[in-house]
Ligand binder design. Structure first.
Ligand SMILES: *Cc1c(COP(=O)(O)O)cnc(C)c1O
Length: 238
């Protein structure tokens, strides 16, 4: 089912690491200022295991049922960190609260409250990024910039959530300068939140994918979400 023919995961993972290292150096940033989140949606558990064996620990999934099946299969992998990065509906919050360490796609208070109420006591607080709509038109998910501070304040009041930062998926752009602009606005929004909430653990800018990693790193990304560049093309669109 998967298109793994002639595809060597170790090579693409090494290339992705080198690409991130080059982008950080080009931006005058430290080598450990950003890390790779390997986006494994639609890819088999065996590929995740292979990436883990090469030292990758953070994995991003978009579909709850698919992710839970893989988590069961990969229950023996020590230190693996599961990030939920897909659109999140109310009826899926419980599974996400119970089975993930991070959620990048919180964009409304109702979802945040459900995640907080459903986060099991035995687990650490859920690490949360707020997804921001940086490209206005066309995008259905993400909080608007002018509603961000209110949402952040609400999330900061929820004890089972830890607000770590912001996430965005800008509309695709070919030109590097056009790619940078929405990332710059996301960075500025995080800076404003840091000023407004100086005690909050706001250290994360989840931005940059296979097509725009360099632009995101130039604007301060701390977690880049790479799917295709690590695991190859996906069979179905997402
Ligand atoms: C699929 C996906 C990615 C990875 O995209 P690539 O272009 O394959 O690197 C990153 N972030 C989110 C939210 C995604 O859904």
């Amino acid at each position: 089912m998967s298109n793994t023919t002639n595809f060597i995961l170790g090579d693409s993972l090494a290339a992705a690491r080198a690409r991130l290292a080059d982008a950080l150096a080009a931006a005058g940033r430290q080598a450990d200022d950003a890390r790779l989140l390997a986006v494994s949606k639609t890819k088999p558990a065996a590929m995740i295991r292979e990436a883990w064996e090469q030292g990758q620990r953070d994995f991003g999934e978009n579909y709850v049922q698919e992710a839970l099946a893989k988590q069961i299969e990969l229950g023996d992998l020590e230190g693996i960190v599961w990030h939920f990065i897909g659109p999140l509906q109310s009826n899926k919050t419980r599974e996400v609260a119970e089975h993930f360490a991070w959620v990048h796609s919180v964009d409304r208070e109702k979802i945040a409250r459900r995640l907080n109420d459903q986060r099991p006591e035995g687990l650490a607080p859920l690490e949360v990024c707020l997804q921001v709509n940086v490209s206005d038109e066309g995008s259905k998910s993400g909080v608007a910039f002018d509603e961000l501070e209110g949402l952040a304040e609400a999330v900061l009041s929820l004890p089972r959530l830890r607000l770590r930062g912001l996430m965005a998926i800008p509309a695709p752009e070919e030109e590097p300068s056009a790619q940078r602009e929405p990332f710059a606005r996301l960075r500025q929004a995080l800076d404003r939140l840091r000023e407004r909430f100086p005690d909050a653990p706001l250290d994360t800018l989840s931005m940059g994918m296979s097509a725009d990693l360099e632009a995101a790193v130039a604007e301060g990304a701390t977690l880049v979400r790479l799917g295709t560049a690590i695991f190859g093309e996906r069979d179905r669109t997402s």
